[in-house]
Ligand binder design. Sequence first.
Ligand SMILES: NC(=O)c1ccc[n+]([C@@H]2O[C@H](COP(=O)([O-])OP(=O)(O)OC[C@H]3O[C@@H](n4cnc5c(N)ncnc54)[C@H](OP(=O)(O)O)[C@@H]3O)[C@@H](O)[C@H]2O)c1
Length: 333
Amino acid sequence: MIFVTGGTGLVGSHLLYRLTKEGNKVRVLCRDTSSKESVRKIFQFYSDNAESYYQNIEWFEGDLHDYFSLLDALNDVEQVYHCAAMVSFKPSDSKEMFSNNVDGTANLVNACIEMGTARFCFVSSIATLGDSPNGSPIDESTFWQNDDNHSVYSQSKFSSEMEVWRGTKEGLNAVIINPSVIIGPVELNRSTGQLFETIMKGTPFYTIGSTGFVDVRDVVEAMIKVCNSDVVNERFIVNGENIAYKDFFTMGAKEFNAKPPRFRAGRILTGIAWRLERLKYYILRVEPRFTKETARTSQHKSIYSNEKLQKLYPINYIPIEESIKNAARYIKA
Ligand SMILES: NC(=O)c1ccc[n+]([C@@H]2O[C@H](COP(=O)([O-])OP(=O)(O)OC[C@H]3O[C@@H](n4cnc5c(N)ncnc54)[C@H](OP(=O)(O)O)[C@@H]3O)[C@@H](O)[C@H]2O)c1
């Protein structure tokens, strides 16, 4: 039996589609508030045979905070894919996000050790990697420095990855993947759906930064490949392309018939923008759409190397333009 957390999210629903299509029985952690319908919608988007694949899912009601529900869920489980996490940049989510991502991962790691689970695949993030000061590509050995340039999300992912590394010292057989920004069919109110919401509204400004992007189907491909391999206690960056934000938003605007960004926002403008957003938050309690950390990363050119994974388990990465088209088809439908 395979156990998946975060199955109702962007990554998890695509992982479930692939696993069930291949005939695997999958037990999926869900909360009483989780939308199972969003998983069905993803299945129907990709296949006319959706219902028969969907029948391979065994929903298991629980929560990462509930250690004993995790012990029950892991009965007869050989492989665990841990995709669940809160992905948010809202200040009001900070406490809950830290607790969900870090304590939740610690609970699952401990439960897997207690139950003797054979294999653990953790979805981490490039947010747990450091910066490259001279602009050279960032790889798995570029270490994260603890300073106030990091968002709470990044801190929570770093600390949750540390829980997995701690587990490996206590007997956990783990492999970690660190995807870049994941693009795929998603609800607008969650995960990278928020990026598409911005694109659809049409943003006039662009910044000079760049980052890595990857198709969700390639993330799933990488997860399955490394989880079924005999690689133990290693992490792998999963990154399709390094793209300037301007180019990404321009490609997105084309798909949604929205206005592409035209004016460059330099450091001064983004500096003013995040301070105004913070002021608005303090006075009116309106969640900021732009924070100090996003202002910083928006000006930063980060290049991620996918060489380590390509050498061991090559992936024929889907071009990001195609990933945006795929996501747009789903969102428009
Ligand atoms: N999206 C990206 O660009 C990106 C990039 C790199 C890494 N990642 C990582 O990839 C993973 C999946 O992200 P995603 O984009 O798929 O996020 P998502 O769409 O927001 O899905 C998050 C999933 O986690 C579940 N979850 C959150 N807290 C939980 C808890 N306490 N107990 C049980 N389930 C809980 C959610 O369940 P509900 O449906 O009940 O809310 C949902 O299924 C995360 O670990 C994220 O950090 C994402």
